[in-house]
Design a protein around this ligand. Sequence first.
Ligand code: NAD
Length: 258
Amino acid sequence: MSEGILSGRVGVVFGVANKRSIAWAIAQAWVAAGARLIFNYQGERVRGNVEELAAACGPDTPVAQCDVSRDDEIAGFFDFVRSSAGRVDLLLHSVAFAPREALEGRFIDTTRQAFAVAHDISAYSLVAVSRAAAPLMTDGGSIVTLSYYGAEKVVPHYNVMGVAKASLEASVRYLAHDLGPQRIRVNAISAGPVNTLAARGISGFMEMYKHYEAHAPLRRNVTLEEVGQTGLFLASDGGAGITGQTIYVDSGYSVMGM
Ligand code: NAD
């Protein structure tokens, strides 16, 4: 076990699909700082990828299925976490989904079904996994989720996902209030565009990517490593006084008025 600022801590990671996943960038930063991790995979389609990446974190790194839209799978997954590690210090929620047709065209055309699915998987799941993890966070802890600027401002095509991210960011604040007395902190990282599997589902993503490069104060997009390092900061004692916040890691784009 390496010595580092997360040495001795146990982290649960939701949302690795492949090596481009933001969850993987944060997981790597946590491992490099000495944490031991447990990974979920959504289903058989990504199982092989996740098993391979988890093995790179240590030969006995536990991995188990958990589709966050299913209460039975969340319960089963945290039984697995309890039996493999006994406790949890860090929880990463890096999960979102909306039907593809809801991420193109007009927001006004969002169906009841697409609205419900986007909110269930992208916002409610944070509440569900936090509730399951909290009893295992016996020495306090840090919960980190991933959001995007479309929660706050209109970003064309982001549509119902923006509304779900607004719900996610509000959930972060309410969870921070509920879990604060247990010394559990809850924060969101609002990342600038990163070219991942989920991002490619948003129509016009490359246009958004180029727009950031041209207009953000840093005149470039953020890297996966940078988002990973902010995940590490929020998990570590460096973030000890921070809870209920949405921290922008976006090359400064969100401060611009035009
Ligand atoms: P990604 O596709 O690598 O990760 C999304 C993950 O969500 C996948 O691992 C997928 O398996 C998981 N997932 C979806 N539905 C699920 C379900 N029902 N149960 C369990 N897992 C499920 O893409 P990413 O870009 O790394 O996305 C991670 C998070 O970052 C998302 O919340 C996304 O909205 C957010 N984010 C991404 C960007 C970006 O530009 N890529 C910017 C800001 C925020």
